[in-house]
Design a protein around this ligand. Structure first.
Ligand SMILES: Nc1ncnc2c1ncn2[C@@H]1O[C@H](COP(=O)(O)OP(=O)(O)O)[C@@H](O)[C@H]1O
Ligand SMILES: [Mg+2]
Length: 231
C-alpha cells in the first residue's frame, strides 16, 4: 500500500506510516484549527518530495489570501509549487464554467473541471475546502443525496481526496461524511487552564491502518507542523 505523508513531523508514525493513497480523508474542525493549512501542507510536501500534482478547490476564501498565508508559514509559491499545485477559488472555477457546462449546472461544471485536470495533468491529490460550502453551492436540498453522489464521484476519480469539514464542537454527533470517509482527522482548539488554547489533532478513523487515536498537540513552528503530547 502506498502512503501519503501528513506532512506533520512525528505524526505519520502514529497513524501507521501515512495516509493510504486513493482514500477519502475528512479533516474536521472548528475555524482556525489549521485545516486549510494542513491540507495545503500535504499537497506542498507531495509536490516537493514526490512531484505529485494536486488540485486545491478553495471555496471559502480567495486564492490570494490562502497563498499569502502559506507563504507566511514557510511554504512559498516556488517553481515546484507553481507546477504541481493548482489552486482554484470560486472566481476561477466560475470562469472555467462556461467551458465545462452548457446549462450552468455548478456541480456538473466543477466535476468536469476536476476530471479534466485529473486526466490532463495526472493530478493525484484533491482538496475540497470546504464540504459545507460545496453543499450550498450545489443547491441540493437533500444532504444525503448530495453526500452519496459526491462520494461516489470522488471514489471514481481515484485521487487521494481531502475533504475539509466544519465542526462546531467535538460532541456534535457524527454525520454521514464521517461514515463515508476512509479516514477522519479531528482538529480542535482546546482550553488549557483559564487563559490558553492549544491546537490539537487526532486520527479517529483510518481504514486499513493500525493507528493511534490519541490527541496530540499540533504546532506550527518555523516552516512546518509538528506534534507533541497533548497537555
Ligand atoms: N505564520 C503563521 N504561523 C503559524 N500560524 C499562523 C501563521 N499565520 C496564521 N496562522 C494561524 O493560522 C490560523 C488559520 O489557519 P487555517 O489553516 O486557515 O485554519 P482553518 O482552515 O482551520 O480555519 C490562524 O487562526 C492563525 O492563528
Ligand atoms: Mg480554512
Amino acid at each position: 500500500m502506498e502512503l501519503l505523508s501528513t506532512s506533520i513531523k512525528g505524526f505519520d508514525e502514529e497513524i501507521g506510516g501515512g495516509i493510504p493513497k486513493g482514500s477519502i480523508i475528512l479533516l474536521s474542525g472548528t475555524p482556525g484549527t489549521y485545516k486549510s493549512s494542513m491540507a495545503y501542507s500535504i499537497l506542498y510536501k507531495a509536490a516537493h518530495k514526490e512531484g505529485s500534482m494536486g488540485i486545491f478547490l478553495l471555496l471559502e476564501q480567495s486564492m490570494d489570501s490562502l497563498i499569502r498565508q502559506q507563504e507566511g508559514m514557510g511554504r512559498p509559491m516556488d517553481e515546484k509549487a507553481k507546477q504541481h499545485i493548482i489552486v482554484s477559488d470560486v472566481g476561477r472555477i466560475r470562469a472555467a464554467m462556461d467551458k465545462f457546462s452548457t446549462d450552468n449546472d455548478w456541480m456538473e461544471a466543477l466535476r468536469s473541471y476536476v476530471e479534466y485536470i485529473v486526466e490532463k495533468r495526472d493530478a493525484e491529490l484533491l482538496v475540497i475546502d470546504s464540504l459545507p460550502v460545496l453543499e450550498i453551492l450545489s443547491g441540493e436540498v437533500n444532504k444525503r443525496k448530495f453526500l452519496f453522489e459526491l462520494f461516489e464521484w470522488m471514489r471514481g476519480l481515484g485521487t487521494t481526496t481531502i475533504l475539509i469539514s466544519e465542526k462546531k464542537n467535538l460532541d456534535m454527533e457524527y454525520g454521514e461524511e464521517e461514515f463515508l470517509s476512509d479516514g477522519v482527522f479531528q482538529l480542535t482548539l482546546s482550553p488549557v487552564g483559564e487563559v490558553d488554547l492549544q491546537r490539537r489533532i487526532r486520527c479517529i478513523k483510518m481504514r486499513g491502518m493500525d493507528h493511534n487515536t490519541s490527541m496530540f498537540a499540533l504546532d506550527h513552528k518555523g516552516k512546518g507542523f509538528n506534534i507533541s503530547p497533548a497537555i
